[in-house]
Structure formats: structure tokens, C-alpha cells
Design a protein around this ligand. Structure first.
Ligand SMILES: Cc1cc2nc3c(=O)[nH]c(=O)nc-3n(C[C@H](O)[C@H](O)[C@H](O)COP(=O)(O)OP(=O)(O)OC[C@H]3O[C@@H](n4cnc5c(N)ncnc54)[C@H](O)[C@@H]3O)c2cc1C
Length: 441
């Protein structure tokens, strides 16, 4: 039988296809222009679907929990990235095929003022789209900060979609019926409305639900924990492994929030949450400067990376700062008095940089916890595991059959890829495998 999340996922895929295909099918209803050659009609069709897919990106990135729940945000963002590339290929192919089949439409008129608006909007849309994709794919190489890239990404996306629809309406070949124009204009208002919801309405709600930092704790491994308490409201409940978007030094209207897993127990009843943040860049290097008492904003909880499925044993695999969601799971299981075995395979650079090392040791008294440290730079005389986490390492530390346990993996990309492969070798089915990638881009 299909699980509830699988059914929700299938329903959302159907809604997605409906929104991409219905406007194209609607164009074939009502008054129809005279048919043209196959390639011209094909180019129009892919242009319409490309634009429909681009518009839906506003829905994908609107952080609606009921939409993202079946997959998790990381999967949704990867889909957003991949499907955008397909949409851009469709729109650019639309222009290229049109220029080949109907070159007269691309002939430059005598005066600039004679260029039809439909064409001006087409160029604006394609230019914005190409700039958007180039910046998204090569942001780091272009030296763009995440914040600048994020702001320009939103502006370019709005220009691409609004100009694209203006092009279609301006050309009006298939949209001569007012109801068809109304359909596309209505869809565009819906897409931009989703953006307005995320950027204006939601921040207004968050403004009334601030948090205060009540403690700033230094941890091993260049990591700082912020302990945050809701200020004047009860806060939210989360499941261990989930994450939230943190806004520091600014209001919730600030364009870029930063995602961090909750590292505290989900059993805290007073809405208190903790995030443990490793110094990895501009924003994270300043976390140590945050004074107690500082006002912050939290948007959450998000993510499908959480315990809850029936499991004989939880196998947690963490690399570096990927320990934070595992810490929340372990603390929560301890608070719940869960006696099922938990094994943590924890990759770190060296012995001194193992975040939460002492607390993990202490937690062994409260639950059936085994911790296997794997060091890439072990000290002299180290007899424990070293190097990388491999299928052999799983065989050494886990009881078989391996397919009976639930696996949770979070760490650097290459480590997660290697573990996916190792679990494949051990014939662990995908349904037993849960992961959170710390990169949405
Ligand atoms: C779901 C999730 C949970 C995470 N949990 C933790 C955690 O518990 N502890 C922890 O230390 N780190 C966590 N991270 C990583 C953390 O979000 C980034 O390290 C941090 O945002 C980097 O910001 P920076 O400005 O210091 O670094 P930069 O040098 O500016 O960025 C480094 C890289 O981080 C990514 N990044 C930067 N800003 C953002 C942003 N606003 N949104 C998304 N990605 C961004 C980009 O890929 C960028 O190339 C998590 C990431 C994700 C996606």
C-alpha cells in the first residue's frame, strides 16, 4: 500500500503537470488561428510549456510545508534547479526554431520604434533567463556573494516570467480570445502573488514572532551553538532532524536567511531551540559575535529528514557539521527514554575537533548508544577507525541483515555520494535511507 507521503507526492506531481500542460491545452480551445507548419507550431508549444514551468518555480520555492513534506527541501531545490534548466532550453529552442522557420519575424525594422512590443518582451525574457542560469550555475566562479546572487535571482526571475507572458499576450497569435489572455495573466498574478507571500506576507507574521538568543556556547570544531527562546509567543514544535531559516542582524524582510538544522532535543516544552553553526564563510564566521539577548527570527520547521519510521536500530552517519541533526535525534531519543540501539558513525578531521564529543560520551548512560569515531587525521597511537566511511566499515560495526535498520546520513557531498554507494553494495533499499544535503545550490 502507498504511504501517506507517497500519495501526497503523487498528487503534487499531478498538480504540477496540470499547471504545466493545462495552459497549453487551453490554447487549442476557442478561436484558433490558421494552422502553420509543424516546426512553427512545435516551437510555440515548447515556448508555452517552458514559460509554464518557469512560472511554477515561484510555487516550488515558496516553502509551503504541505508541498515539500513528501520529499524534503533539498530535493525540491535540486528539482527547481534541474527543471529550470529544461525550461530555459525549451524557451531558447522556441526562439531558435522560430528564427529558422519564420525568419521574417526576426528581420530588423527600419526604426527602433517600429520593433513590435511582443519582440521587445521576448528579448527581455530570454536575456533575463540566460543571465539567471549563468549566474546560478557559475555563481562561485563569477565571484558573486550568495546574498547578491539571491537578490538578482529573484529580480531576473520576475523579469523573465512577466516579459515572457507580455510577449505572448503582445503577439496574441493563440491568445486572441480574451479568456485565454485572462488565463495567462491570471496565472502570472498567481506566480507573483506566491513571491509576494514569501517576501511580504510571511515576514509580516514572523515580525510578530521574534526569538531571543539566551546563550551562546562555544563547541569543539570551530562551531558555536545559539540557544534561542521565543519572545512573547509559544514558538513551534519540530521533529528531530528538521531545520529552520535563521535571520540575524536584520528583519524577516531581509532577502537571505540561512538554513541550519536544529541541534537540540525536540522534547523541549518551552519552545527553546538550538542551532550549532560551523564557521564556514562570511555569515557563519560572525556567529561568535552574537551577544546574548540579541533578537533573531526563525522560519521553520522544514525538512523530511527525521526519525519516526519503525526501526529496529537507528544508524546515524555524520560527517563534520552534519552531526547537528544527529545530535537532535540522539538528544530526543534520550529524552523519550527510547531503548532501541542507536549507532553513530561520525567522521571528523581530528580528535580535538569532534563537536559534541564529551556530551556524546555522557549520553551513552541514557540510551543504547554506540559511537564510532572515524578520523581523517588521527593522532599518533590511534587504534580506532581512520580515513573514510565505507561499506567495509558498515560491515565491521553493524549487525546484519543491514536492510532492517533505518539509515540517516548528513555530511559533505562527496561523503554522502560514497555512502549512498556503500549502502547500495549492502543491498539497503532506498526506503531505509534518509539524507539531508547541506547545499541547495
Ligand atoms: C538544510 C540545511 C541545514 C544546514 N544545517 C547546518 C547546521 O546545522 N550547521 C551549520 O554549520 N551549517 C548548516 N548548513 C550549512 C549552512 O547553511 C551554510 O554553511 C551557511 O549558510 C553558509 O553561510 P556563509 O555566508 O557563512 O558562507 P558562504 O561562504 O557565503 O557560503 C558557503 C556556501 O553555503 C551555501 N549558502 C550560503 N548562504 C546560504 C543561504 N542563505 N542559503 C542556503 N545556502 C547558503 C552556498 O552553497 C555557499 O556557497 C545547513 C545547510 C542546509 C541547506
Amino acid at each position: 500500500m502507498m504511504s501517506r507521503y507517497a500519495m501526497q507526492g503523487a498528487a503534487w506531481v499531478a498538480v504540477y503537470l496540470l499547471f504545466v500542460l493545462a495552459p497549453m491545452i487551453a490554447m487549442l480551445a476557442g478561436t484558433l488561428p490558421p494552422a502553420r507548419d509543424f516546426w512553427t507550431e512545435f516551437a510555440v508549444a515548447i515556448g508555452y510549456s517552458g514559460l509554464g514551468m518557469m512560472g511554477l518555480q515561484f510555487g516550488l520555492t515558496a516553502r509551503f510545508r504541505f508541498v515539500t513534506r513528501p520529499w524534503g527541501e533539498d530535493v525540491i531545490y535540486h528539482f527547481h534547479r534541474q527543471i529550470s534548466q529544461i525550461a530555459v532550453v525549451l524557451v531558447v529552442a522556441h526562439a531558435l526554431i522560430m528564427s529558422a522557420t519564420r525568419p521574417e519575424m526576426f528581420a530588423l525594422p527600419g526604426a527602433i520604434g517600429d520593433i513590435p512590443w511582443g519582440a521587445v518582451f521576448a528579448f527581455a525574457s530570454i536575456f533575463a533567463l540566460v543571465a539567471l542560469v549563468v549566474a546560478a550555475l557559475w555563481r562561485v566562479r563569477l565571484g558573486l556573494s550568495y546574498e547578491l546572487w539571491h537578490a538578482s535571482h529573484i529580480v531576473l526571475a520576475v523579469v523573465a516570467v512577466v516579459a515572457g507572458v507580455a510577449h505572448m499576450v503582445g503577439w496574441a497569435f493563440y491568445l486572441s480570445d480574451p479568456w485565454k489572455r485572462g488565463l495567462w495573466i491570471g496565472l502570472t498574478i498567481l506566480w507573483i502573488g506566491l513571491l509576494a507571500y514569501v517576501r511580504i506576507v510571511k515576514p509580516l507574521f514572523m515580525l510578530r514572532r521574534p526569538y531571543r538568543v539566551v546563550e551562546v556556547r562555544r563547541e569543539r570544531g570551530d562551531t558555536t551553538t545559539l540557544v534561542m527562546q521565543p519572545n512573547g509567543h509559544p514558538g513551534f514544535r519540530f521533529s528531530p532532524g528538521q531545520f529552520g531559516w535563521l535571520t540575524l542582524w536584520g528583519s524577516p524582510f531581509k532577502i537571505t536567511g540561512h538554513p541550519f538544522s536544529f541541534s537540540s532535543s525536540a522534547e523541549a516544552r518551552d519552545g527553546r531551540v538550538e542551532m550549532s553553526i560551523r564557521n564556514l564563510g562570511d555569515f557563519t564566521s560572525r556567529i561568535g559575535e552574537v551577544p546574548a539577548g540579541q533578537r533573531v527570527y526563525l522560519d521553520g520547521p522544514y525538512g523530511a529528514f527525521t526519525i519516526g519510521n519503525p526501526a529496529d536500530m537507528h544508524v546515524l552517519v555524520a560527517g563534520g557539521v552534519g552531526i547537528t541533526p544527529m545530535m537532535s535525534m540522539i538528544r530526543t531519543l534520550a529524552d523519550r527514554g527510547d531503548r532501541r540501539p542507536v549507532i553513530l558513525l561520525y567522521g571528523s578531521k581530528d580528535w580535538d575537533s569532534i563537536t559534541f564529543r564529551e556530551e556524546l560520551e555522557a549520553l551513552k548512560a541514557r540510551l543504547d548508544l554506540t559511537v564510532v569515531h572515524v578520523l581523517s587525521k588521527p593522532p599518533a597511537g590511534w587504534t580506532g577507525e581512520r580515513g573514510h566511511i565505507t561499506a567495509d566499515l558498515f560491515r565491521r560495526h553493524l549487525p546484519s541483515p543491514y536492510a532492517d535498520h533505518e539509515y540517516f546520513i548528513c555530511g559533505p557531498g562527496p561523503m554522502m555520494d560514497a555512502i549512498e554507494k556503500a549502502l547500495g553494495e549492502l543491498r539497503v533499499p532506498l526506503s531505509k535511507y534518509h539524507s539531508e544535503r547541506y547545499s541547495f545550490v
